[in-house]
Each structure stands twice: as structure tokens, then as C-alpha cells.
Design a protein around this ligand. Sequence first.
Ligand SMILES: C[S@@+](CC[C@H](N)C(=O)[O-])C[C@H]1O[C@@H](n2cnc3c(N)ncnc32)[C@H](O)[C@@H]1O
Length: 476
Amino acid sequence: MGALFSDLQSTVYRLSFCVVYHYIIQNGTRIWGHCKDLERSFSRSRGFVHPGIKIAAADQYGLGLIASQHIPKGSHLIALPNHIPLRFPNHNHNSGFIFNQLAHRVPEELWAMRLGLKLLKERAMVGSFWWPYISNLPETYDVPIFFPADDIKNLQYAPLLHQVNKRCRFLLEFEKEVSRILENVTPDDHPFGCQSIEASSLGWAMSAVSSRAFRLHGERLPDGTHVSVPMMLPLIDMCNHSFDSNAQIVQEQDIKNPNMLVKVVAETHIRQDDQVVLNYGCLSNDFFLLDYGFVIPSNPYDCIELKYDGALLDAASMTAGITSPNFSSPLPWQQKILSQLSLHGEAASLKVSLGGPELVDGRLLAALRVLLASNMETVKKQDLSSLRSFSTQAPAPLGLSNEIAVLRTIIALCVIALGHFPTKLMEDEAVLKGGASGSTRLAAQYRIEKKSVIIGVMQNLTRKVKILMSKESESV
Ligand SMILES: C[S@@+](CC[C@H](N)C(=O)[O-])C[C@H]1O[C@@H](n2cnc3c(N)ncnc32)[C@H](O)[C@@H]1O
């Protein structure tokens, strides 16, 4: 690790990982009292931590990494050698037949549960290398799978409800499967030290992983690329999230050494008392809530999902005052374009979105423009990409009146979508002002944000319609 290590040694204390953990846990609120185990297990680890960072309470975010002094841009804050991250064992590793059998029953999309099994295995193992880390993980998580049934319902937004219910169902079914597979297993072969594994412990493990793991490069493939592997990164996972991050994770590999080094590097100057924050990803509030248990106010990546549905669009268009729209019965030439947009035919993918950086899903926009077009000839002059684009430079590819009808239809669609929420925004805000429980507040906060996305789209499009209308009246 030549260059990197000598560089680090000059700027950072070189500490054994046990000391790092001992130090940080003493400064945190989750002392479990196993620092001696921790020192033993991490004593040969080559972990680095900048002397100017510590663990401390970070407002409503729980604990976080805080700078205790000014830290210059480019400083290395943390370095973890290859053996520290907790990851799912690779194929060469003998994790035991029963463990592999269980892991194979977890669908790929629930990768957090697969790594969660490894976490449970290590949690149950006497003298596990990761025990000091695991024993200091939070005992509970604020993710919706642990919400009371009423608060799951209070999320009010079908795509998220679907995901939450899917995870809850999986955990209940997997609990049964795990107990069936472990029924007659001998103590020596038991992957969890004969501990009983219930839906609640599976949920704990899945949430610990989903809220703390980072996807990093794993082993190098023969073609030189790396597989992406979720890993739990002790200490690094004490960093909270911000889109305006001041640090980033960097992976380095020494040419002489196949092992990876995971580092956190200061992206900007970090002032004393500032938190060290990472960007967990440009995610919608659905992901933040489902995986991390929090919601970001005015999240620029939040959006709402709708199903492209001709009858719904007809209703929206008529509400917007457009006479005889034909969304549910497109003409053959329109059907052809809808197929190109994957909104028609057997292979159609009908999920479209509003909000987020794109504001209006390009496929939805193109479909509305085509279906509200007065004739085929004007549409034929445009390519698909200009029909999908929504920019101030090219405001109306099929003319002003077409664009006004399109935007009005979308505004009406927003009104319909808002009407689908059982509560009004004011009622949700009253929940936040009252003394409701954490999950009730989180559910209210989540739906307030979803409604704000819809209102934001409506305001934006209304402004645009006004501009187009004034242009239209100027041109007459
Ligand atoms: C990787 S951990 C960070 C350390 C964590 N705060 C702790 O006390 O262990 C991620 C968790 O921190 C909290 N968190 C991180 N960033 C947050 C943010 N921007 N807003 C609210 N909570 C946040 C959430 O509870 C999330 O599940």
C-alpha cells in the first residue's frame, strides 16, 4: 500500500482499529461494555482515523461523525483495510451448507437480507471479529416494516405501501422457511449458534444493512472490471447523509497488493463542529424512508409514480376543458409512437413519474403531445427525443395550443393524484404539530413531501401555461 500509507502516516494518527472503536464508542451513546473484546478482535487491524473527527450526537440524526477541528480539503479522514468491511462471503469462502441454503432463498432485490444473514451469523458467533461493531449497532430502526399497521396505512401512497407490504410478507414467510430449514440441524451445523431466528431479528438485520451498507467495488473480474458489492463499513457508517456532502468514499488498490483500501476523503474544507456527511445517493424519499427510515424535506429527487392509463388521462383532459380527448382509443399512427415509447403493446412499461429533476416523465410528455396533436403531419416532423424533452429552449414542439392542452392535462392529473390521498395537507401538518409518535410523524412527513412534489409540479406547469398563453395571444 506504499504511497497511500506513507501519506496517511504523515497526516493522520495510525491507530489499531480497536483503539478507534474504543475511542468512538466511549464518545457515543451506545456503550455495550465489550470494549475489551473489541480491542482484542481489532488489535491487528490497520485502521486509520483523522485525529480531528469524533463521534457525537448529531441533532435529530442520531450519532454522527463531527469535526473537532478545521480539516483541510483532500484530507484522509478514515481508512479501512480490506478485511474490515463486513460483506457477504464470496463463492470461495466456506460459509456452511445450511447458511448457503438460506441465503439462496433470498431474492436478489432483497440483497440487504442476504448480507443481513451474514450479520446475524456473526452476531451469534462467539468471538466474531465483527462483534465489537455489531454490538454497537442501533437496537431499533425507524423503517416502515416496523411501523404499526395504522402508520403503514398512513403512508397513503400505493407504490410505497406495495414495497413495505412486500418486505413484511417476505419476512414472515422467510421466518417460517428459516425455522423449517433449521429444525433438525445439529448445533455444530447451526449457522446462528442455535439462536432462534424470528421475523423481528430478520427485520433488524435487513434494516441494519439497508440503512448502513454502501455499494463498493468487490473482487476484480478477469476483464478488469469489479463487481458491485454491498458492504458494511465500520466507522464510515457513522457518517450521516447530505446531498451537499463534504466527504466521499474512495477505494484504492495497491498494484503490489490485491487488497482494497476503503477511505473517506474530505471533499471540501470541513469547519470545526461540522458533521462529516456523505451523499448516500440521489434517491427519492421512497428509498430514504424504506431503507434508512428518514425523509428529506424538499428532496429534489423525490417524485410520484403514476400508471399510464388512457381512461385516467381522458378524465384529466376533460377536467382541463379539452373536448373529446382520445387517450383510451389512440389512432393507429399514434399507437405506433406509443409503442416506441413503450406505452402500448405487450412489452409496455406503464410506470411514469412526475417531479424530480425531469419534472415530467419524458415518455408521458411525448405521449400527451402526440395524442393531443391535431394531425399526423406535424408530429412526423419531430423526432422522439424532441417530443420527450421539456426545456425552455424548445417549449412547444407541436405548437402552442398543443403544449397548453398537454400541460393543462398534466395539471389536472396532479389534481386527481392529490385527491387520492385520504388526508388534506393541513391535516398532515396538524399531525406534526401535535404529540404523535415517531412513526405517525414520519408517515405524515412522508405524505406531506409527496403532496408537495405534486403541488410543485402544478405550480411549475401553471407558470409555464401562463407564459405560453401570453405568447399565443401575442401571435394572434
Ligand atoms: C449510516 S447510518 C449513520 C449513523 C447514524 N446516525 C447512527 O446514529 O448510527 C444512517 C442512519 O442515520 C440517520 N441519518 C443519516 N442521515 C440522515 C439525514 N440526513 N436525516 C435524518 N436521518 C439521517 C438515519 O437514521 C439513517 O438510517
